[in-house]
Design a protein. Sequence first.
Length: 326
Amino acid sequence: MKIYLSLGANLGQRGETLREALRRLSVLPQVRLLAVAPFYETAPWGNLEQPPFLNTAAVVETTLTPREFLQASQQIEQALGRVRHEHWGARTIDIDLLAADGYESDTEELRLPHPYLTERAFVLVPLGVIAPQLVIKGRTIADWCRDEQIQAQEITPAPELYEPYPLRMIACVDEQGGIGRQGQLLVHNDADMAHFRRLTLGQVVIMGSRTLASLPGGRPLSDRVNVVLSKKMQRDDVQVCHNLTELWTLLGRLQAENPRRKFICIGGGEIYALLLPYAKELLLTKVDGAFAADTFFPDYAEFTEVSREPGKGLAFVRYMRTHRSC
C-alpha cells in the first residue's frame, strides 16, 4: 500500500529536522520511502502568531496498516521533540497522513483522505511534485493545484537548502568497497584523478579533516569551494562546519549565491557514513582487485545503478537513490 504524507516544521533547525524525520521513516520496518518533494516555506495556518513553516510531501510503500503507520510516525514526532499543546500551533515536526491507496477512514484517530488536503497549498504543491496524478475527490492533485483558492496562497521554495537529498558523493573503491589505508587513498589512478577533477571543478566539495590533511601539502583543492566538517578544526583557508546544522546553513547560503553549484562529498569514511542518508547520487570509480583497505565506503543498498562507463582496469559507475521517483 502507498501512503501519502505531509511533513512540516517551524521551530528549531527546520530543514535538519525534516531530513531526520525522513531518514527515520526510511528505516522503519516494512516501510520503503518512494519519493520526497523539495522543501517549501509557507506562512502559518490557523494560529498566525508563530514562525513560518518548512513543508514537504513524501510517499511511502508499506505492509503496515495506515493505523500502524500512524502510530510509527507519531513515535518519530515524539522522538524529535513534538509536543501537542495547541491545535495548529508551532511544532518541531508534524507528520500528517494525507491519503492511502484503496483505503478510507473517518474516525477521530485517523481521517483519510485528510479533510483539509484539497484546501491548503502547503500540502497540495509539494504533493503535486511527486504524485500529480493521485486522485482525491474525483480530481487529480495537479488539477487541485490549479484552483484559484490554492493559487492565491503564498508558497515559495525554502530560503534554506530546499533539496531533501542535496548531496552527491564521489569515491574510488576496490572490489571489497575499500577506499583507503592508513589515512591515504587506496589507489592512485590517472584516469580516476582526471575523472574526479572534471566532476568537482567549480563545485562545492565537502570533506573531513583527515581528507583535507591527505591532500597535497594539506592544502584545499583549487578552483573549488572547500568545506570541512569537523568538530574542532579552525582554519581560514576553508569553510569549516562544526555540525550538520552549520553545514546545511552554509550550503543553503552557497546555493543562494549560485544555484548551479553541486555539493559533492569526497570523504573520508566517517564523513561518507554520516552524510550518506542525505545523498541522492553516488559517483563511484570501481577498480579491479582488492588492496588491503582499512577504510570502507558505507553500504549503499538503497541506491540503484543507472550508468556504467568501463575503462582499463576500472569502471565509472553512477548510482541514484532508489526512491527519487514513484
